[in-house]
Design a protein around this ligand. Structure first.
Ligand SMILES: Cc1ncc(COP(=O)(O)O)c(C=O)c1O
Length: 434
């Protein structure tokens, strides 16, 4: 983290403020750091994050630099700036900076891994039934084009122990399994999967492993040297609160020589003795706005100074808050926790009762009419999805530095009201939220 503080502009960083504990302190804290609308109850940091104002200002300065001399910026400066970011990110994730490849989003990172891997018909790619849809969509396309077989390990939800994930994944390995893609923290069901045990066990069976860490960095500590997967994909706009359009790939040493992005830039054919092709391919992949990635060090440093205990205090505080927030919501609607507390990072998914038959299939502006109702009738932003093999309807909640317990109470009251209106919550299955 030392190099992070060297790269940042000290003027931007306020002294650590006390963590907010109630509505008044939250609004003060939130509006001094974030541009989020204080009138909404924002409980979905997990989807697109939220960028602190100071980080956006740093990005604007980077953009101004780019616009002063665009040709110099792209042709000369970009590569050196990228190396600076790799240094800081590498130290945050404990990995070799030269193994890091910036990508605009996790989806492109995952697609690059698939396109760089030589598959033949009949090869099996192992996922769980909790994986994110973009990777699944790409694999469906490959199944049709190449004849690879996508195998889903069925992970129960609700779940009692990480052993159930481990056993389900390992039981689905066959001699044809070439590659496995496992989330470090699942998107819809918000579960920490035991990737620390799965990576060595899968590699011992000759299976290459992608750890999908879109939700990892910033929710839980990530140590890539210790984890040592074949590939790791992480998002930076989510729990690192970096600008949108920022993600990274980590590619193991033995794969870097043959690894190429899913599409090649105009520079891809220019061989240079002084710089590895792997670095050059990912320094520049066409004319994009790289300013978001270039201020990742500011985001890392900024969040590290939000609370006196730095990143570890921030992650611990957010975890404790999500455990309490989940408790409030589950009790209010008469639900059971869908996993033990230790399988949660800073998000939780709570299983909702099913709507009555006549309420199914209604149109929705978002992902489910219940989500529309929470936003429109209560100003609460929390996604409602269907997850896992058994398609359970859930509400997912997030906890970031700007959230406080009263917001989960607001959600609980809103949910009780809307579930009753829908006809899916009977008096006996709830206690009054408050
Ligand atoms: C687990 C997981 N993997 C991959 C992705 C894809 O990220 P993006 O849409 O930024 O490409 C997401 C997005 O939320 C995710 O949650």
């Amino acid at each position: 983290m030392n190099s992070a503080s060297q790269l940042i502009d000290e003027k931007l960083l306020p002294a650590p403020s006390p963590a907010p504990v109630d509505r008044v302190s939250r609004i003060r804290f939130q509006t001094s750091h974030w541009d989020l609308d204080p009138a909404i109850t924002f409980l979905n940091h997990g989807s697109y994050g939220a960028v602190p104002r100071a980080v956006l200002e740093a990005q604007n300065r980077m953009r101004a630099r780019m616009e002063r001399e665009p040709v110099r910026f792209y042709k000369v400066d970009l590569e050196r700036l990228m190396d600076g970011v790799r240094e800081v990110l590498g130290s945050f994730l404990n990995c070799d900076p030269s193994s890091l490849a910036p990508v605009p989003n996790a989806t492109m990172g995952i697609a690059s891994i698939f396109s760089s891997t030589e598959f033949k018909a009949g090869d099996e790619i192992l996922l769980t039934d909790h994986e994110y849809q973009s990777g699944v969509n790409e694999l469906d396309r490959m199944a049709k084009a190449i004849g690879v077989k996508v195998v889903f390990a069925k992970v129960p939800f609700p779940i009692q122990s990480p052993d159930q994930v481990f056993d389900a994944v390992m039981a689905a390995v066959t001699p044809r399994t070439k590659l496995a893609m496992i989330s470090q923290i699942t998107s819809g069901s918000s579960l920490i999967f035991p990737v620390g045990r799965l990576v060595p066990a899968l590699k011992a069976k000759g299976v290459e492993v992608i750890v999908d860490g879109a939700h990892g960095p910033g929710q839980i500590p990530v140590d890539l040297k210790e984890l040592d997967p074949t590939y790791y994909v992480g998002s930076l706009h989510k729990w690192m609160s970096a600008p949108k359009g920022t993600a990274f790939l980590q590619v193991s040493k033995e794969k870097q020589k043959s690894f190429r992005p899913v599409y090649l830039s105009s520079r891809a054919n220019k061989i240079r003795a002084d710089r590895e092709l792997f670095l050059r391919d990912f320094d520049y992949h066409g004319t994009l706005d790289y300013s978001g990635f270039l201020v990742v060090p500011e985001a890392i440093a900024y969040l590290s100074r939000l609370l006196p205990g730095g990143w570890s205090e921030l992650m611990r505080r957010n975890h404790d808050l999500i455990v309490k927030g989940r408790d409030i919501v589950t009790k209010a609607i008469g639900a059971e926790p869908s996993c033990p507390d230790h399988m949660l990072g800073t998000m939780a998914s709570i299983i909702l009762p099913e709507p009555p038959q006549n309420m199914k299939g209604r149109p929705s502006l978002y992902d489910d009419p219940m989500q529309d109702a929470l936003i429109h009738n209560h100003g609460v932003v929390a996604p409602i999805w269907r997850v896992g093999g058994n398609d359970r309807r859930i509400v997912r909640i997030s906890a970031q530095a700007y959230n406080t317990l009263d917001q989960y109470e607001t959600l609980a009251v809103a949910l009780v009201k809307e579930l009753q209106a829908e006809g899916s919550l009977t008096g006996s299955s709830q206690r009054k939220a408050g």
